[in-house]
Write a protein that binds this ligand. Structure first.
Ligand SMILES: *Cc1c(COP(=O)(O)O)cnc(C)c1O
Length: 394
């Protein structure tokens, strides 16, 4: 048996006719950029995330960068990011010429830990009443924003994060690349922050066959800024108010997304069911001592949107050998992420060191993402879990 970590082809075959004709319609229309398909997915996703505006861009990384530009983040500012996330979260901060500040994660959810955030504020910052901003005690420079990343399909504790951000006048950009459709306390991913960003990269829960991204916001002002920024800062065309970038969501990708978004809620539920089957299998084989599951008791989740299982991530000892063993048995896995951002070579100048964020550092050594996608069958999952049993008990 063969179980890839992600299977794009099986899903394509379930909607092939619709996808093929949507692509053909774009080609026959001759309108391949800035057309009706882009407008439609912008409106649909804004509504879906309970916001007013959607602004399509070229990818999820640009979406974060442009959102930060809309907030006026630039040289001399700090922006807070978890250290355990995809590179783009912090990379986008540096693209604005601001400086990232890293915070440790919660050991169960892998998301930014609000307690650690408050600890950082209490020990390293003070509130400057004159400018109405939180500043770094040593440098006096302002901390302007925070990017909570909703990792693996589960949202951060947004009530606590919003409380802290309101108290200290921090703007919030939600990185929803892995959590489209997820909810926290009944509210959608993307609806909490000043702005929020999505990615349509092929591995994401709503994906195109290539690259794409979107910013959502309910602010007229931020939406307008993002729209102008994504087309070289021009309005009207060829008259440039400032220097932006070229970052477009193309019509073909938008057409594909307009088809796929109709199935999104069903696919999210299918992912949840696949996760539920994993949980049962791990319990059946009594693997809880060897494998820490992403959710202690999945039965306690009544609203299935609270975890949309973008990834099904286990925490294990001897992770690299397990991954090798599974690979030998034709089972695909991935490590999101093997090195924390504060230890990346490109951030040496920030002078973080090993041991600064122990929870994230441990996670980076022990997490393993198992195969998960809406079409994953019970038979394949039985095979995956049986091979994990073999690895630990033979
Ligand atoms: C995928 C991802 C991004 C970036 O998206 P791209 O479309 O690949 O640029 C940003 N943040 C997180 C957490 C992601 O998983």
């Amino acid at each position: 048996m063969k179980v890839p970590q992600l299977d794009l082809i099986t899903q394509y075959h379930t909607i092939k006719e619709e996808i093929d004709s949507a692509i053909e319609a774009v080609l026959e229309s001759g309108i391949v950029i800035n057309g009706e398909n882009v407008k439609k997915i912008e409106n649909t996703l804004a509504k879906y995330s309970n916001t007013k505006y959607g602004i399509g861009v070229a990818n999820g990384s640009d979406a974060i960068y442009i959102a930060l530009e809309a907030l006026g983040i630039s040289t001399g500012d700090y922006v807070i990011s978890p250290t355990f996330t995809f590179f783009a979260t912090a990379g986008s901060i540096v693209r604005t010429n601001a400086t990232p500040i890293f915070i440790d994660i919660d050991s169960q959810t892998y998301n930014l830990n609000p307690v650690k955030l408050q600890e950082f504020i209490d020990t390293k910052c003070k509130f400057n009443d004159k400018i109405g901003k939180l500043v770094n005690r040593q440098t006096g420079q302002p901390i302007k924003a925070i990017i909570p990343v909703h990792l693996y399909g589960q949202m951060c504790k947004m009530d606590e994060i919003m409380k802290i951000s309101q108290k200290y006048n921090l703007k919030v950009v939600e990185d929803c690349a892995q959590s489209i459709g997820s909810e926290y306390k009944g509210k959608k991913a993307g609806s909490y922050g000043d702005l929020a960003t999505f990615s349509f990269f092929p591995t994401k829960n709503l994906a195109t066959y290539g690259d794409g991204g979107m910013i959502v916001t309910s602010s007229d002002e931020y939406a307008e800024y993002c729209k102008i920024f994504r087309s070289h800062g021009s309005k009207p065309k060829y008259y440039h108010r400032f220097v932006g970038i070229n970052s477009r969501l193309d019509e073909i990708h938008a057409a594909i997304l307009n088809i796929k978004i109709k199935y999104l809620d069903k696919w999210l539920e299918d992912r949840f069911q696949a996760a539920d089957r994993y949980q049962k299998l791990f319990k059946k084989y009594n693997l809880q001592n060897k494998v820490r599951l992403p959710i202690k008791n999945i039965r306690t989740i009544i609203n299935h949107k609270e975890h949309t299982f973008h990834q099904y991530v286990i925490l294990v000892e001897d992770r690299d050998n397990l991954q090798k063993y599974l690979k030998e048995n034709n089972i695909g896995t991935n490590i999101y992420y093997p090195l924390c951002l504060h230890l990346q070579e490109c951030y040496k100048y920030l002078e973080y060191k090993k041991g600064d964020f122990p929870i994230a550092e441990e996670a980076s050594k022990k997490v393993l993402a198992l195969p998960i996608y809406p079409e994953l069958t019970e038979e394949k999952q039985e095979y995956v879990v049986s091979k994990i049993v073999e690895f630990y008990f033979n």
